[in-house]
Each structure stands twice: as structure tokens, then as C-alpha cells.
Ligand binder design. Structure first.
Ligand code: UGA
Length: 447
């Protein structure tokens, strides 16, 4: 099989399919990326992925190329290129279309094209029509849609042990091929949902929209908690025990970012408007608005801690990745906050365990430090903006000795407030007003 597009999704999928025992060739137009992969190195940080790539290259099951002609020999082709947001919110299909157009002339025998990218409903049908015209093998080329649900940071295990497989197929022949591809996973008892093409496409955007809605729901409750004196973290805990709700994706704080949820809810709305049912998904605009307000509120807390303005103040930003466990900075809430503070004349010192070089490349005007301590040194306020495990165990006394003022915004609810309050820090966490109110009390009464 071939995997077209070697980003977070494609590389993990290629290595995962090789691990299942298939012969896999990964394709990308980026020569440097292909060279790194051929040398057994992932071009990005993803736990366990380097080992998976090296092991399968060594076993002779995995290779990489920039040649579509070489890839065209495969029986199954997975489309794994990005579908980023374009102006107006709709998905940019140019990368996907370019891959199909480049591959098509080489398709001279029966094969199955399997879309994994997140796409607007109707894309599989459109690609089928394109291939009818462009591929010499004509009707012997089928198109299926098999959405991917992996989360960055645990992509390897999500690929090899998914919650479910969705097989969007035009006919039984395509279903049979996909069942063969995933046989070891299906044999392990993973549920399989067989659907037609539009249904498979909708399942993916519906899943991401639901999780985004769940996060914004709890962040809206956090805003309400702030006005009403309640504690959102306890609300999440209690809601989580309700089997109908579940605890996952109820972590409030800074909201969602990344290369998927934000752009997927916008593309879903754009497609709904095109189909004349914009009203049905209009609530997703509110999901988006609640999410973006989380970032603004964190900036406000920091400004308050800095005495009302950032000019002449140093703010330590702990975390640059859009979440812990990845070096991905696409639509990172942490860097969004950092950039607002910087635009308001604050000196922003960023530290992240993995995402420093990506962040530095994208935002060279920010200051980057090599450790938490260096970032915090001389800071007027510290902001914990990414949920890295390394931040959970930070010592409030050690950091207190480095900071100019003991101000901290725990935007991901990563820290134990009692410890930080005891160490004399002004501690603010979104949706936990009782802790903020206690800032005004003498430190001794807080312990
Ligand atoms: C998301 C989906 O969860 C995957 O199922 C999907 O396959 C993927 O997009 C995709 O479409 O490719 P991912 O972007 O890796 O995965 O990240 P998530 O783990 O979903 O987190 C998204 C954002 O929400 C992060 O910024 C995270 O910090 C935030 N989040 C997550 C919260 O603010 N609270 C939570 O409780 C959970």
C-alpha cells in the first residue's frame, strides 16, 4: 500500500500499517522530510513513532519516496494530506486535489483509493468523478473513506488500537479490501462501522465537533463559575461520574487548539451553509467564540497580575505546543496568548519541552529560554499554558526564588493550588474564583 502525505497522520499511519505486516511506501513532495524518514527519523515529535519507523524499515516493510510513479504500484492508496482552513472557514482542498491529480495518470490497474483526511461531505464522490476522467484504469479505481481518529501525543497506540474503525465504502469489494487491511485490528475485537461515503465523511467532522463542543461547554461553565463562586474543576469531576457524560474532554482552562478541532468546526459550518442547513450547525460559532474567549480571559488575568499593563513586564510562558505530548504549534492557544501579551508590549519568555524550534521558527520575535527556571527568572508573572507533565511537579519555592513577583496563572489546572498559595504565590486558575478571592487574604490563612 502507499500512504500519500507524510504529516502527523500519514507517517503514523504508514508505520502503523507496516507494523500490521503490510508492505508500505510513504510519499511526500518534501525531499528533506522523506530523507529524514528514510533514515528512520520522524520529522516531528510523537512518542514511540521513531521506534516504529526504524523497526519497520529494518524489517523491509516500510520505505519512503517522493515518486508518485513508484507509489502507483500499490493496491491500496491512503490519502493523508492536510485540509487546512482557508479564508471564510471552509477547508482548503488544494493539497488533496493535487495528490489525486498527480497520482491518477499512473493508475493503470485495479486499486482502492482510501481517504483518511478530514474533508467536507461530498469529497469522496468528487474524487471518484475526478479519477474516472484522469485514471487510465477508469472504473477499476474505487474510492473509500476511512476517517482517522488518532490524537497527537498518543498517535501510535490510537492507530494500532483504535476505539472503532469506520469503513466508508461504495460497494462490498471495497469493504472486503479494507477488512483485509485491518484484519489484525478487527480480529482483536475493535468495533467496525460500515457506512456509505457521505456518512463516513460526516462521522469524522461530527466527532471532532462533539469533542470541541464538550470542551467549550465546560469552559462556558467555567465562566459561569467565576461569576457565581463555584469551582469548575469539581463540577467536571462530578459530571464525569455520570456515565452519560463521561470525564474525558471536560478539562477546562485555555480551550482547544491544534490543526484539527478549530478548523474542523469552521469547515463543518461552511459546508452546512453551502448545503442550505447553516442554522443546524450555527451553535458551532458559539463553541468557537467560547473557546477564543478562554485565551482572552487568560491574558486579562495576567494583565491584572502585572498591575494593569504589560509594558516593561516579563511574562514567563510555560508551554508552546497546542497540548502536552506533541511539538505541534498549529493554532496553539499558548502561543496565541503569548503573542497577544507581546503585542501589548510585554516581554514574553517561552519554554516548552518539545516545541521550541517550531515556535521559534513561527514567532521569532518572542524570547525563548532553555528551561522553566530560565524562563521564570525575573518574571513578573508566570503562565502555565500547555499541560506538559513536567509542569505538574514544578516546585513553587524554587520558582519563587527566580521570579520577580510570585504571580501565576494556571490556565490548564495543572498545579496543586494549595502548594502554590502556601508558597506565597498569587494563584489564578480559570473557573476557580474562590482561589482568586483568597489572594487578598494573608498567606497564613490559606494553608
Ligand atoms: C483531535 C481529535 O481528538 C482526534 O480524535 C482527531 O483524530 C484529530 O483531532 C484529527 O482530526 O486529526 P488532536 O488535535 O490531536 O485530536 O487533539 P485533542 O486531544 O483532541 O485536543 C485538542 C485540543 O483540545 C488541545 O488544545 C487540548 O489541550 C484541548 N483540550 C482537550 C481541552 O482543552 N480540554 C480537554 O478536556 C481536552
Amino acid at each position: 500500500m502507499s500512504v500519500l502525505g507524510c504529516g502527523y497522520l500519514g507517517v503514523t499511519h504508514a508505520a502503523g500499517m507496516a507494523e500490521l505486516g503490510h508492505q508500505v511506501i510513504g510519499v511526500d513532495v518534501d525531499i528533506a522530510k522523506i530523507a529524514a524518514l528514510a533514515g528512520g527519523r520522524s520529522p516531528f515529535f510523537e512518542p514511540g513513532l521513531d521506534e516504529l519507523i526504524s523497526r519497520n524499515i529494518a524489517a523491509g516493510r516500510l520505505s519512503f519516496t517522493t515518486s508518485y510513479e513508484e507509489a502507483a504500484a500499490a493496491d491500496v492508496h491512503f490519502l493523508c494530506v492536510g485540509t487546512p482552513q482557508r479564508d471564510g472557514g471552509a477547508a482548503d482542498m488544494s493539497y488533496l486535489d493535487a495528490v489525486v491529480e498527480t497520482l491518477a495518470p499512473f493508475l493503470v490497474k485495479e486499486c482502492l483509493i482510501v481517504g483518511k483526511s478530514t474533508v467536507p461531505v461530498g469529497t469522496a464522490a468528487r474524487i471518484t468523478s475526478m479519477l474516472r476522467v484522469l485514471a487510465p484504469a477508469g472504473e477499476a479505481v474505487s474510492v473509500a473513506w476511512n476517517p482517522e481518529f488518532l490524537c497527537e501525543g498518543k498517535a501510535v497506540s490510537d492507530t494500532l488500537h483504535p476505539d472503532r474503525l469506520v469503513l466508508g465504502v461504495p460497494d462490498e469489494r471495497a469493504e472486503k479490501v479494507l477488512r483485509e487491511v485491518y484484519a489484525p485490528i478487527i480480529d482483536a475485537g475493535v468495533p467496525v462501522v460500515v457506512a456509505d461515503l457521505p456518512t463516513a465523511e460526516v462521522i469524522k467532522t461530527a466527532a471532532n465537533s462533539f469533542t470541541a463542543t464538550k470542551i467549550s461547554f465546560i469552559n462556558a461553565i467555567a465562566e459561569f463559575c467565576e461569576a457565581s463562586g463555584a469551582d469548575v474543576t469539581v463540577v467536571s469531576e462530578a459530571l464525569g461520574y455520570d456515565a452519560r457524560i463521561g470525564r474525558q474532554f471536560l478539562n477546562s482552562g485555555l480551550g482547544f487548539g491544534g490543526g484539527c478541532l478549530p478548523k474542523d468546526i469552521r469547515a463543518f459550518q461552511a459546508r452546512a451553509y453551502e448545503l442550505g442547513v447553516g442554522q443546524a450547525l450555527a451553535f458551532l460559532a458559539e463553541v468557537d467564540a467560547v473557546n477564543l474567549r478562554c485565551r482572552e480571559r487568560v491574558v486579562e488575568y495576567l494583565r491584572k497580575q502585572c498591575g494593569g499593563a504589560f509594558t516593561g513586564r516579563r511574562i514567563a510562558v510555560l508551554g508552546a505546543a497546542f497540548k502536552g505530548g506533541t511539538d505541534d504549534i498549529r493554532d496553539s492557544p499558548a502561543l496565541h496568548v503569548a503573542n497577544i501579551v507581546s503585542a501589548q508590549e510585554g516581554e514574553v519568555a517561552v519554554y516548552d519541552p518539545q516545541a521550541m524550534s517550531n515556535a521559534r521558527r513561527a514567532f521569532p520575535h518572542l524570547v525563548y529560554e532553555n528551561s522553566v527556571l530560565e524562563a521564570v527568572r525575573g518574571a513578573d508573572a508566570v503562565a502555565v499554558l500547555t499541560d506538559w507533565p513536567e509542569f505538574v511537579t514544578l516546585n513553587p519555592y524554587t520558582l519563587g526564588d527566580e521570579a520577580r513577583s510570585r504571580n501565576i496563572v494556571d490556565a490548564r489546572h495543572a498545579l496543586d493550588p494549595t502548594q502554590w498559595l502556601r508558597a506565597g504565590w498569587n494563584y489564578i486558575a480559570p473557573g476557580r474564583p474562590a482561589l482568586q478571592a483568597s489572594l487578598n487574604e494573608p498567606v497564613d490563612s490559606l494553608v
